[in-house]
Design a binder for this molecule. Structure first.
Ligand SMILES: CCCCCCCC/C=C\CCCCCCCC(=O)SCCNC(=O)CCNC(=O)[C@H](O)C(C)(C)COP(=O)(O)OP(=O)(O)OC[C@H]1O[C@@H](n2cnc3c(N)ncnc32)[C@H](O)[C@@H]1OP(=O)(O)O
Length: 161
């Protein structure tokens, strides 16, 4: 969790409650459990919420692998198979490259198992920002809020706490 009120990973009513873990070969593994609250068509996940889950997974990967604050500049998704309510998306993200402030990441989401059928593919460009991005555009006490969530100073956030 990077912030307790984050819709993707925080402790928010109706949020996605996703967890992400840095694993071997610098791959980041995230899980998204699809519930009735995430429906678009009857019994199927809403595409916008799936995009949100991938924003979270890709952003977590960029943040945790590089330890730099960054925001989503561009997000592309390929929806390859329907994602039913009750299924779990196993998302694996890799860092494709860094060019100046630009961070390129991509992810595959598989149904119900690490080696399940490929349902969603996504790519994103994150842009590194200073912490002032969050204090000037968001909340003046953003740094304090990040620190409280992490339970420690921002310089000290652990990988897989
Ligand atoms: C000790 C620290 C540890 C930290 C890590 C801890 C672990 C963290 C774990 C977990 C992380 C959280 C996970 C959350 C995930 C969800 C994230 C979100 O949803 S973020 C909200 C949605 N996104 C926005 O609100 C952005 C809004 N946009 C902006 O603020 C600006 O447009 C911004 C910052 C993206 C760029 O603005 P400019 O003025 O700073 O910079 P310019 O010069 O425009 O862009 C820089 C480079 O990027 C390219 N660029 C920017 N946007 C682009 C785009 N859409 N397409 C292509 N290129 C783009 C530009 O062409 C430029 O490239 P050239 O350097 O010239 O080569």
């Amino acid at each position: 969790m990077h912030y307790i009120e984050c819709f993707g990973c925080g402790d928010v009513d109706g949020g996605l409650h996703m967890t992400s873990t840095v694993g071997e070969e610098h791959l980041v593994r995230s899980r998204f459990e699809v519930t009735r609250a995430h429906q678009g068509a009857p019994g199927l996940a809403h595409g916008g919420l799936l995009a949100c889950a991938f924003d979270e997974a890709l952003g977590s990967a960029a943040g945790n692998l590089l330890r730099r604050p960054a925001v989503t500049g561009k997000l592309e998704t390929d929806f390859l198979r329907p994602v039913p309510v009750g299924s779990t998306l196993y998302i694996v993200t890799k860092l494709d490259g860094v060019a100046g402030r630009k961070i390129y990441v991509s992810a595959n989401g598989r149904l119900d198992a690490e080696d399940g059928p490929l349902a969603v593919r996504a790519r994103a460009l994150f842009v590194e920002v200073t912490f002032e991005h969050f204090t000037s555009h968001g909340s003046a006490d953003a740094l304090e809020k990040f620190s409280q969530t992490a339970g420690r100073s921002r310089e000290d956030w652990d990988i897989n706490p």
